[in-house]
Ligand binder design. Structure first.
Ligand SMILES: [Zn+2]
Length: 255
């Protein structure tokens, strides 16, 4: 990774930009010199929303492996075809394939220069070790564990409804205007088969099993920061940026 070598030393790149004002009249914000973040959290914890906000705050791309897979399948790329085969067979996409795709993305200019927020990767300790080796010597700055109670996640996911025709999302709290008919296309708005309480609990249990070793690993590397994901999106965002900046400052990354 040219340009990042020695970034962990005494003079972090980008510090000189710290006093540049953003626009006239606005609060003079500090220009944040990039970040390398991994986000972990249950489905329904609000990761998607927070990733978009963190990406904007730190001016880094939000790299979601889920989005990348879906896009690859849609565009029928070589990888997309392979990924689709595994997904159709109900199998997990093998580590080597996932790692290859993420690695390709991390080699692009924007990521090399500014960093990234990784969402959906790593999923296993093996993937985390590979990622750290690839990003050596700096590795990732932090792995964030966005914590939301199971009850809350259950309530959110169980209330979720989707249009069968166009895929627009609704919820019990934000219904379509007329019955369960889609506002946009007139399609039927239903609960997804895999959004029953039993299925959600099964997925949550799987997540816990899969992620627990990963959380332990990042903890051992002194890279883990746990953040409470309850509350309004704004509250959670400011909690996240405060926690991230504090930890990065302690480690001399001057976030
Ligand atoms: Zn629709």
């Amino acid at each position: 990774m040219p340009g990042h070598r020695g970034a962990g030393g005494g003079t972090p790149a980008g510090v000189t930009a710290a006093r540049a004002p953003i626009d006239k009249g606005a609060r003079v914000d500090v220009v944040v010199p990039g970040a390398r973040l991994v986000i972990l959290g249950k489905q329904g914890a609000g990761k998607g929303t927070q990733c978009v906000r963190l990406a904007r705050h730190y001016v880094v791309p939000h790299i979601s492996t889920g989005d990348m897979f879906r896009a690859a399948v849609k565009m029928v790329t070589e990888f997309g075809r392979r990924a689709e085969e595994y997904m159709n067979a109900g199998e997990l996409i093998p580590d080597e394939v996932v790692i290859g795709v993420v690695r390709e993305r991390l080699e692009q200019d924007d990521t090399v220069r500014r960093g990234f927020i990784l969402d959906g990767f790593p999923r296993t300790v093996h993937q985390a070790v590979t990622l750290t080796a690839f990003l050596a010597p700096r590795g990732v700055d932090l792995a964030i564990d966005l914590e939301v109670g199971t009850e809350m996640v259950l309530r959110r996911l169980a209330g979720r409804r989707v249009c069968q025709t166009c895929g627009t999302n609704y919820s019990v709290a934000a219904k379509p205007k007329h019955g369960w008919t889609c506002d946009y296309c007139g399609g039927d708005v239903v609960q997804r088969d895999d959004d029953t309480e039993a299925a959600i609990l099964r997925r949550l249990k799987l997540y816990e099993e899969q992620t627990a070793p990963l959380i332990t690993w990042y903890l051992e590397q002194d890279r883990l920061v746990a953040v409470d994901g309850m509350g309004s999106p704004d509250e959670v965002t400011s909690r996240l940026t405060r926690a991230i900046d504090r930890r990065r400052h302690e480690r001399g990354l001057h976030g």
